[in-house]
Write a protein that binds this ligand. Sequence first.
Ligand SMILES: Nc1ncnc2c1ncn2[C@@H]1O[C@H](COP(=O)(O)OS(=O)(=O)O)[C@@H](OP(=O)(O)O)[C@H]1O
Length: 174
Amino acid sequence: MSKDTKLIVVVRDPVTRAISDYTQTLSKRPDIPSFESLTFRNRSAGLIDTSWSAIQIGLYAKHLEPWLRHFPLGQMLFVSGERLVSDPAGELRRVQDFLGLKRIITDKHFYFNQTKGFPCLKKAEGSGKPHCLGKTKGRAHPTIAREVLRQLRDFYRPFNRKFYQMTGRDFGWD
Ligand SMILES: Nc1ncnc2c1ncn2[C@@H]1O[C@H](COP(=O)(O)OS(=O)(=O)O)[C@@H](OP(=O)(O)O)[C@H]1O
């Protein structure tokens, strides 16, 4: 691949990612089984169903491995989905630097919208009016049994640690 090609990958805690993924499917098909029942191949044995795409996609280290065989790490930027919410300007500073752009987007472009519960733009391109992402971004997630969350955290931990090593960034998910 060309050395001028740059890849930007946004990653978030694979547990919340899985719940977000499930929430999106649920919004289209309200009759699907519960998150808890889809998570396990065998719940009493604590065996996670890694064939379920919502779980599979969060195995970031596994997905990154083949990319690194063909593509240098220096041409990739990993953006934290959590920081994109808690500090959008900080994360976008990294993006702008990575792309060799002037730091045009800063803190002054964002405000925290209490109703939305997320940062929004003070002025949208074109309209000049405040703009938040649409209804399909930032949906309320269902409450998931604590024990299931714990089991998922344990399951992802080694893959997360490997991912931190591979990317050189600790995303703080565990
Ligand atoms: N500013 C702002 N406003 C709203 N939402 C924000 C924002 N920044 C990040 N996020 C998070 O983006 C998540 C949805 O992005 P996705 O890439 O998963 O969307 S999609 O799969 O393409 O529909 C979405 O996930 P959910 O919370 O599960 O809806 C948000 O957590």
